[in-house]
Design a binder for this molecule. Structure first.
Ligand code: ATP
Length: 327
């Protein structure tokens, strides 16, 4: 029998990601399924501090599983970084008779949730990893990552048409902040010739030589994917180097914010539905100070610090396969 300690609230924090809506829907309906009242907080921790809290019904989340962004809005809050802000947030929850909070967000949001849980042990605080960057340790996938990869892949497919019509080399920058997960996945999925990741140091001359050899072997276009957090230079620096060393006509494309939006993929909707349900059930199990994840297709939980104590590695086998197939 689930331990119903009282109403639950849900909020979205930090950058939005596709699938947040599917997750909110899942949190709301799982709570109601278990007979627990559920509240939505508008605009993340900022809204929580200001008391922007509203009771939700099953119908409040109708027709949102297929929508990007988040209907309860997201925000960043400087006040919540301070202990006083978190005290005001806890007071707002108590004032509404709310005993538990589900936080949808990334690494920063998890830090906030961790401190809230530590400082207010009467609350149950559980996180769901939502960020396009997939940079949270302890989960194979974060909500929004798969859609971002697919959006970037479609964009590169289009760029490839132009690149091959004009014998050009395109350097394409994709999002991911300090993590190369999106860049590597997109590079493999779009058949890119090369990839630059923040986690690895590349031999620039060797890359230029491989690209030139590809041309000699009859390639009419080349795509080089660069992660935005690349430490050997940004997309423009890398493009300038490659133009000088190979003599190719090089163009740069920065994909930017289009990668955050769109229609959530089936994978993101399913992961969001599973994780949202798990978050509520973890609360009903009496846990706090943890986040849910999916590892080897099974739901797992870890204490918040596990998310940032180790950096999630990029898969070297994907790099190997990409280079092997780029001949
Ligand atoms: P994304 O990965 O999309 O950027 P995120 O959750 O990492 O998402 P942040 O802007 O880093 O986004 O954090 C969101 C909010 O979490 C911040 O505005 C702040 O209110 C809170 N937060 C971040 N870091 C801390 C911290 N060290 N202590 C307390 N709260 C924090």
């Amino acid at each position: 029998m689930p331990d119903n300690s009282g109403p639950i609230a849900v909020l979205c924090s930090g950058g939005d990601s596709c699938g947040m809506n599917a997750c909110v829907r899942s949190v709301v309906r799982t709570a109601l399924f278990h007979g627990v009242e559920i509240y939505g907080v508008e605009r993340g921790y900022a809204g929580l501090i200001n008391g922007a809290i509203e009771r939700l019904s099953a119908r409040s989340v109708s027709g949102i599983i297929n929508r990007g962004g988040t209907v309860i809005r997201s925000a960043r809050s400087a006040d919540f970084v301070e202990r006083g802000g978190r005290v005001r947030a806890a007071e707002q929850l108590a004032g509404h008779g709310i005993a538990s909070l589900v936080v949808l967000g990334g690494d920063g949001s998890f830090h906030g949730a961790h401190f809230l849980a530590l400082e207010h042990p009467s609350l149950r605080v559980v996180g769901v990893p939502c960020t396009i960057d997939n940079d949270i340790n302890g989960t194979d996938l974060t909500i929004g990552y798969d859609t971002a990869v697919n959006v970037a892949m479609s964009a590169i497919d289009k760029i490839r048409d132009t690149a091959s019509s004009h014998d050009r080399l395109f350097v394409v920058e994709v999002m991911g902040r300090h993590a190369g997960h999106i860049a590597l996945e997109v590079a493999v999925a779009s058949g890119a010739e090369e990839v630059f990741l923040p986690e690895t140091t590349e031999d620039l001359d060797a890359i230029a030589a491989r690209l030139s050899e590809g041309r000699r072997n009859g390639k009419t276009s080349s795509i080089v994917v660069v992660a935005e957090g690349e430490t050997q230079g940004n997309a423009h620096d890398i493009a300038a180097f490659l133009q000088n060393t190979t003599g190719f006509e090089v163009r740069v494309s920065i994909l930017g914010y289009i990668q955050r939006g769109g229609i959530p993929t089936a994978t993101d909707r399913v992961v969001a539905s599973r994780m949202g349900a798990a978050a509520v059930e973890v609360i009903l199990d009496g846990q706090s100070g943890v986040y849910v994840g999916i590892e080897n297709d099974r739901i797992t939980t870890h204490p918040f610090p596990f998310a940032w104590e180790a950096k999630k590695a990029v898969d070297p086998d994907r790099v190997r396969v990409l280079r092997m197939l780029a001949i």
